[in-house]
Design a protein around this ligand. Structure first.
Ligand code: UDP
Ligand code: MG
Length: 325
């Protein structure tokens, strides 16, 4: 995408920092300190929205204490765990800044990168993705599966998300407003942002390891998230039935012709029951796989039709409920 023109340059934005938090009591005191450092450097004002996504440790107590000491800290407390994308969405719904930066709580997304993102925003970019040029403290398995995920998405998704980019990014008010209208349930925020367009750029950084605590995304959860992402942005799996059906026909037509010839030559029982059984199992297996995939998509449609809220807020500190949602 082409670079913005000089006349698109903007003034210093009012900044909102959105941080999803789930069981991060070990890292919270450090996070609050580092966020305060960034907020002190903001010329046009800054707020930090800490979203407590159903923590069962002491996180909420620490968050509430931060809001009492410094009113620039604001907080949302969910009624239970709704997941990382819902927590980000809630933060965006409540943010009032001209530019909003989403970052993880564990300091793997260094807050000190924010001024560089703001500089790019001021040049006229609407989305600044922080791209991981290196990842410290992550297992070879996690790196490999992440690479595989971006390859598959690149092949199958309508508009694949930018590779090696998590949820650490700056987005302009215009993009946040557009995102606000996208209330789909199985959401990958980075995918929605890529889909939206606008002027997007990347900023490379070396991703440090977690400052404290443990990852909340073991393989099982990562797999679910990846599957959600794939089905949210691609219907390619549904087409599997068509591909398998065509393959089966391509095999079945010459095989039937051959069988007919053999039968005409006088040996009707030539292929016998093993051939029948194999063909039967192959087709039954393929049919069940396709039915399963169909069921998965239908289940997602059901989820959407019920229209339940993406998250439920138990308490707001320093924030009013947003008008629309
Ligand atoms: N998180 C969340 N809800 C969840 C799981 C995680 O809000 O259900 C937050 C978590 O507190 C952190 C961010 O999402 O701020 C990323 O989680 P984590 O660092 O564990 O993921 P990883 O970096 O290991 O992929
Ligand atoms: Mg992390």
């Amino acid at each position: 995408m082409s670079a913005p023109l000089p006349e698109d340059a903007r003034g210093e934005p009012k900044l909102s920092l959105v941080v999803p938090i789930c069981n991060e009591q070990e890292v919270l005191p450090l996070l609050v300190e580092r966020l305060r450092g960034v907020m002190d450097g903001c010329a046009a004002g800054c707020e930090a929205i800490l979203v407590n996504d159903g923590s069962v440790d002491g996180s909420w107590g620490l968050i509430a204490a931060a809001t009492r000491v410094d009113p620039r800290f604001k907080a949302l407390d969910f009624s239970r765990n709704f997941g990382h994308p819902a927590a980000i969405t809630a933060g965006l719904d409540h943010a009032s800044g001209d530019a909003i930066v989403v970052m993880d709580a564990d300091l793997q997304d260094p807050p000190e990168l924010v001024p560089k993102m703001v500089a790019l925003y001021r040049e006229g970019w609407d989305v600044v993705h922080a791209r991981r040029s290196a990842r410290q403290g992550e297992t070879a398995f996690k790196k490999l599966t992440a690479e595989g995920f971006y390859k598959v998405m690149g092949l199958l998704a309508d508009r694949p998300p930018t590779p090696n980019v998590g949820e650490f990014r700056l987005i302009s008010r215009a993009v946040v407003d557009a995102l606000g209208g996208m209330r789909e349930r199985h959401r990958l925020v980075r995918g929605l942002v890529s889909w939206l367009g606008f002027r997007q750029t990347t900023l490379d950084f070396e991703r440090p390891g977690r400052a404290a605590g443990e990852t909340k995304f073991p393989f099982r959860r990562m797999f679910r998230l990846s599957w959600d992402a794939l089905t949210a942005f691609s219907v390619a799996p549904l087409r599997l039935a068509l591909v398998l059906g065509v393959l089966a026909l391509l095999l079945a037509i010459p095989a039937s012709a051959a069988l007919l010839l053999v039968a005409l030559a006088g040996d009707a029982g030539a292929w016998g029951w093993p051939a029948l059984l194999c063909g039967q199992m192959l087709l039954a297996g393929a049919t069940l796989v396709c039915l399963g995939l169909l069921g998965d998509y239908v289940g997602r449609i059901y989820d959407e039709v019920r229209g339940r809220p993406l998250y439920v807020v138990r308490q707001r500190l320093g924030l009013a409920a947003p008008a629309r949602r």
